[in-house]
Design a protein around this ligand. Structure first.
Ligand code: 28F
Length: 656
């Protein structure tokens, strides 16, 4: 295809029509699935946010209409309605029908929040079966309607109003979006939350006319509030949050950061309000400045001896939560997922701003600075201890495949395809599992007591914990640098704990371990939770018992039995225990722990592949999961308990 410079001026004008957009939508919005569909909304929201960033709008509201349309309105100046000299049409119509016409706003500002690098609202117009634009400006209401990008008439005045702003309602074209044209409330909610965090002082809101759900965001503190939100449930080194907002050349650099006592780091980077999951030059600059300022301060204060080696970047980022936001006119994104900022000059800008302002902050806040350096020194020591522990383990061959942990009752099959490892809480249940199991395909590793909370332990402590070491050896995948999921000795790793809160706590600790150190085991679908029965209904006068795995299942069983007996005239309505009797069960047993079942019962109800129920653990959204694990594996035990009992985030797989 000839490149741009081959076209003459008028041809570029022709190209700016909207036909190409409908021919190859993927070129403009990435795809025509749900993600591409939502890019339409992002473009409109970004234009409204740009009006806020330019200092004229203070609110952006999104409504998911009952008729399938999406309405976005801001209270900015309103798109100009004057006739555009170049096209002889109103500026509104020009912005809506010419590609990239909206890129440059008046007043010298530039589009800074363009998720799609400002392809412009004309793309949304082209891909909408219908689009209505309303402009509130000069005391009037102007309106124009389009179908698939073509105006049905000229912009006309339809009323009067003292408010100002732009309102766009659009209906995605089903001819383009064949997969779906329905929007996700949660997806838009997340985007509006981010938009409010990244644009301090702006109100964003969403309302779903069908469900009635509505939510609004407003963060005076912008990214400082964002850091505060990310650190909920964690112990911070100091309440104060570092913040700097400086513009160098045409690039705005905004950074907020705060340290916690966690061992993980959470650094989110954004360019023009779009999250860059793979970082980029802004992250490189941030890291370089942080490491340099902390090392310089540590040496200046005599906390790091002359002969001691520098603190590593990793040491200085342990426990760090930071938001790095840059706004620039022409962001370049790299990598096949376009998730990495490539502009080389940005590294220098971020580094310069941070060097100057973080250094200044340390001088102004010596107590906080000493805490941050202190934590980095501890991290450096632990890093060296972990290295020593790892070398020691590797030297002793502790992790080598050869020696299996003593407590492991392995299965005879060596084929991961048909073998599974049960991680069982406690020795008594471990004993029953060992004797009840199918020893050809089922291995048992009893884990004593509370598995180490790896969320709060560094590698050196972890490798000193026998339970964790046994687990690492039994799995056969090594750890850290030597980790290789292809070494997994079992097709399924099944966490089998009591159905009470402590059991759930242990299973969460184990899931944290896998999430933090063996995430591919989860991602490749090897990790499961066993589902032991909660109740046993003993049928009077018979050995045959019925098991219920949840309260609703228990009621279902009882109701079914009662209905059956009512039909046979054998019973009448009555209270719960009566209900159980009338359902023909003389006893209801509530299982507190696996240990209350004998080996056969445990096998039949929870281990037998023919009738057990397994829940496959998978991480829907690493970012969310990270937040959950961070928050819940911190010090807030009650937070952890409520999570376990109500919101465990995994999808249930009925495994026959
Ligand atoms: C619901 C989505 O799109 N809001 C917008 C403005 C304001 C101006 C503008 C937009 C074309 C090239 C100038 C007004 N007054 N919300 C929105 N608000 N576009 S889009 O101008 C676009 C023109 O440059 C605006 C003075 N200058 C700019």
């Amino acid at each position: 295809m000839a490149n741009k410079s081959d076209y003459s001026a008028e041809q570029i004008t022709v190209l700016e029509g909207l036909e190409p957009v409908r021919k190859r939508p993927g070129m403009y919005i990435g795809g025509t699935g749900a993600e591409g569909l939502h890019h339409l909304v992002w473009e409109i929201i970004d234009n409204a946010i740009d009006e806020a960033l330019a200092g004229y709008a203070t609110s952006v509201s999104v409504t998911m209409q009952a008729d399938g349309g999406i309405r976005v309105i801001d209270n900015g100046r309103g798109i100009p309605t004057d006739i555009h000299p170049k096209t002889g049409k109103s500026t509104v119509e020009t912005v809506l029908t010419v590609l990239h016409a909206g890129g440059k706003f008046g007043g010298g500002g530039y589009k800074v929040s363009g998720g799609l690098h400002g392809v412009g609202v004309s793309v949304v117009n082209a891909l909408s079966a219908k689009l209505i634009v309303r402009v509130y400006r000069d005391g009037k209401i102007y309106e124009q309607t389009y179908e698939r990008g073509a105006p049905l008439g000229d912009l006309k005045v339809t009323g009067e109003s003292q408010q100002t702003g732009t309102e766009i309602t659009f209906y995605p074209d089903q001819e383009i979006f064949k997969e779906t044209i329905s929007f996700s409330y949660d997806t838009i909610l997340d985007r509006l939350r981010h938009a409010a965090y990244l644009t301090k002082g702006v109100h964003t809101s969403i309302a779903d006319e069908v469900s009635g759900h509505r939510y609004s965001f407003y963060f005076e503190g912008g990214i400082q509030s964002y850091v505060k939100h990310l650190n909920i449930g964690k112990d911070v080194l100091d309440e104060d949050i570092f913040y700097v907002d400086r513009t160098l050349e045409d690039t705005q650099v905004e950074v907020a950061l705060q340290y916690t006592d966690a061992y993980t780091e959470t650094i989110k980077t954004f360019a023009n309000n779009v999250l860059n999951p793979d970082g980029g030059t802004h992250l490189t600059g941030f890291r370089a400045a942080l490491t340099r300022v902390i090392n310089d301060y540590a040496r200046k204060q005599g906390l790091l001896k002359e002969k001691e080696e520098n603190l590593s970047g990793e040491d200085t980022r342990e426990g760090l939560t930071a938001i790095v936001l840059v706004k620039l006119p022409d962001p370049q994104f790299e990598g096949q997922t376009k998730n990495k900022l490539g502009n080389p000059e940005v590294r220098g800008y971020v580094e310069a701003v941070l060097n100057e302002y973080l250094n200044y902050y340390f001088e102004e806040h010596p107590a906080i600075a000493r805490k941050i350096v202190g934590k980095a020194l501890l991290a450096a020591r632990a890093r060296k201890a972990a290295r020593a522990a790892r070398e020691n383990i590797i030297r002793k061959g502790i992790l080598d495949g050869a020696s299996m942990p003593g407590k492991l009752a392995d299965c005879s099959s060596k084929d991961p395809g048909d073998s599974e490892l049960f991680l069982v809480e406690g020795d008594s249940a471990g004993g029953s599992a060992k004797s009840g199991r199918d020893s050809k395909t089922q291995a048992i590793l009893p884990l004593r007591g509370k598995v180490l909370n790896v969320e709060r332990a560094r590698l050196d402590k972890m490798l000193a914990n026998n339970e964790i070491l046994s687990l690492i050896k039994a799995l056969g995948v090594g750890i850290e640098e030597s980790f290789d999921v292809r070494g997994l000795r079992y097709g399924r790793v099944i966490i089998m704990t009591d159905a009470d809160v402590d059991g759930a706590h242990i299973s969460t600790l184990l899931m944290t371990f896998f999430f933090r150190f063996m995430k591919p085991v989860i991602d490749e679908g090897h990790l499961y939770l066993a589902k032991p029965p909660l109740y046993e209904l003993v049928r009077s006068g018979s050995k045959e018992n019925v098991y219920a795995y949840s309260d609703e299942e228990l009621n279902e069983i009882i109701d079914t039995e009662i209905t059956a007996r009512q039909k046979a005239g054998q019973t009448s309505e009555d209270a719960t225990t009566e209900r159980i009797k009338q359902a023909g069960f003389s006893e209801l047993k509530r299982y507190k722990g696996l240990g209350e079942m004998d080996a056969t019962q445990l096998f039949e109800t929870t281990m037998n592949p023919e009738q057990r129920v397994l829940i496959k653990v998978h991480v829907e959204d690493a970012e969310k999961a990270d937040a959950i694990f961070n928050k819940l594996m911190g010090t807030e035990v009650d937070l952890r308990k409520s999570f376990i009992q109500s919101r465990a985030k995994f999808v249930k797989d009925l495994d026959v």
